[in-house]
Design a protein around this ligand. Structure first.
Ligand code: SF4
Ligand code: SF4
Length: 358
């Protein structure tokens, strides 16, 4: 009976284009301790929001009255040969698609309705779908689903589907059979197996990370990570990292691209990749000097808006500087002539003019 239920959940997820990552109870104590230790090292850049709402993060039951379990789902977002699709410097694979929060939520809601219709879930089960939308240790729940592990790159990795996964957790008021908890993969486990997972003695992501943000096993120093520096960071980018931006204009996938678990994982063929079409023929110069109208035309509805207009312009200016773009001085002149200039752009222009770059 239980086996049949899990089989039905998996089948239903597949029918809705989703990857089923198992069910879990809501006890994330072990992962919360790991998270707290990481916070204590203050390696979270200026993402101070990670220090808030700890009661909920520690106990996901607080997210929904009567919560008892979670169903873990995912959508893959791998892009075929991403660097060939754009004329500007590379962007993270997930950013090629429309902002995923809404579409993934819709897919999860359709999944729940179908499960309720066919009796896999009880009709009166209450639920909450969370996709980066709640203070939840999503990767912790995902690994507790029993179909993957957290790698040394700190990402959830499914041995079958790799790590290019957008995670969705559905918190339910119905108890579901929890899968085996694989715990943290460790050197001791000695595993790097296509079925069982684990990093074993592999260190590829740590060696290939250009900024040494993964120097410690299973720990990310956010303040060194290009994904943070080019997206979430609301200030200037320290000049020591500038040389990496021509490989990471918006986000960075290096620690995923080099992971053996991603070698044979499929690309997402369900969602249209809108960025290559929108940015056809658009140069780094045009992004560096874009106004609000151009920003909306090229980036509205895409994950690149997370960096805001000033973040994208900042990144573009740095790429132009590092690549010796012949239109850099023209871009600087245009920016300085504009009636308003964002403080971060002003500071970046100053950095460039002072030739502070190593
Ligand atoms: S995203 Fe890039 S910079 Fe960040 S940890 Fe991974 S390889 Fe390093
Ligand atoms: S590259 Fe190697 S060490 Fe890094 S997450 Fe993948 S398997 Fe683990």
């Amino acid at each position: 009976m239980l086996f049949k239920r899990i089989e039905n959940l998996e089948k239903c997820a597949k029918e809705h284009g989703l990857i089923y990552l198992g069910c879990s109870d809501l006890d994330v104590t072990q992962d919360f301790v790991h998270f707290e230790n990481w916070l204590a090292k203050k390696n979270y850049g200026d993402m101070a929001f990670l220090t808030l709402n700890q009661k909920v993060r520690k106990d996901p039951k607080k997210l929904l009255p009567g919560a008892q379990s979670a169903v873990l789902l995912a959508k893959n977002y791998k892009v075929p040969k991403p660097n060939r699709l754009l004329s500007i410097a590379p962007i993270a694979s997930y950013a090629y698609y429309q902002d995923y929060h809404k579409i993934l939520r819709q897919e999860c809601l359709r999944f729940i309705s179908a499960c309720k219709r066919d009796g896999t879930l009880m009709a009166d089960t209450d639920y909450r779908v969370t996709i980066d939308s709640a203070p939840l240790l999503e990767r912790a729940l995902a690994r507790k689903g029993g179909r993957g592990f957290i790698g040394k790159n700190t990402l959830f990795i499914s041995p079958r589907h790799g790590s290019f996964l957008l995670l969705a957790s559905i918190i339910l008021t119905e108890p579901l059979p929890a899968n085996a908890d694989h715990g943290y993969a460790t050197e001791k486990s000695g595993l790097r197996h296509k079925d069982h997972g684990g990093c074993g003695s592999c260190r590829r992501c740590q060696i290939k990370c250009p900024t040494q943000a993964l120097a410690q096993d299973y720990q990310l120093d956010v303040s060194r990570c290009l994904a943070y520096l080019t997206i979430e960071n609301r200030g200037t980018i320290p000049t020591e990292y500038w040389k990496h931006l021509p490989r990471a204009f918006f986000g960075c996938d290096i620690c995923q691209n080099v992971c053996p678990y991603n070698r044979e994982t499929p690309v997402n063929e369900d969602w249209p990749r809108i960025i290559p079409e929108r940015l056809k023929g658009v140069s780094t110069f045009e992004i560096a000097v874009m106004d609000q109208a151009a920003y909306e035309k090229w980036f509205a509805g895409t994950p690149l808006t997370r960096a805001k207009i000033f973040g994208l312009k900042r990144n573009a200016l740095i790429v132009m500087y590092v690549t010796h773009d012949h239109r850099l001085s023209e871009a600087l002149t245009l920016i300085k002539k504009a009636p308003e200039i964002h403080p971060v752009i002003r500071a970046t222009v100053k950095q460039i003019e002072a030739y502070e770059v190593d």
